[in-house]
Design a protein. Structure first.
Length: 173
């Protein structure tokens, strides 16, 4: 991994993304401005905020989404996390996180950016920061059985039209 390759991948993803709403367009522009001023902004060490990578893991028929009950956040959210050594791109980081957190080895990423979100959070840095989250669509093979990792209080499939109360997941309609 290099700060440069992650930064370049995040910039390319956001530049080529066609946001579906005005709010998403504004977030895209804010993230691009952030990246323009933060060459190391994809790394966890960048305390003012950093790009993170998330996976919207869908069942093979796209009827269900795999969510984790995050122990620190206390809500059902998509899988994901920080870019790490060995991740050449933000998409690589999202897939790695999805495999680690789901226990499903044969996930198939869909090319391109699925969406973006921004979250104020106190992450592993121990200080308030902001996660500028790039989201990727990932498809599970038929019959995939998730295995909860130590990073989750609970992990389960939910119908895309029946998410749990308080879930914070950006699903496309």
């Amino acid at each position: 991994m290099s700060a440069e390759s992650l930064h370049a991948s995040a910039t390319e993803l956001l530049t080529s993304w066609k946001p579906p709403t005005d709010a998403d367009s504004a977030l895209r522009e804010a993230m691009l401005a952030f990246l323009g001023s933060a060459p190391r902004g994809c790394l966890r060490e960048h305390a003012p905020g950093h790009i993170t990578a998330s996976a919207i893991v869908l069942s093979h028929d796209r009827r269900e989404v795999l969510l984790t009950l995050h122990p620190r956040v206390g809500r059902w959210i998509q899988l994901g996390g920080h870019c790490e050594p060995g991740d050449d791109t933000v998409a690589d980081a999202a897939l790695r996180e999805a495999v680690e957190e789901s226990g499903i080895p044969d996930l198939s990423p869909v090319p391109g950016l699925y969406g973006a979100q921004a979250h104020p959070i106190t992450c592993s840095l121990g200080v308030p920061t902001r996660h500028l989250d790039l989201l990727f669509e990932v498809i599970a093979p038929p019959g995939a059985v998730p295995v909860r990792s130590s990073e989750s209080t609970d992990l389960r499939w939910w119908p895309v039209d029946g998410l749990p109360p308080g879930a914070d997941v950006a699903l496309k309609a």
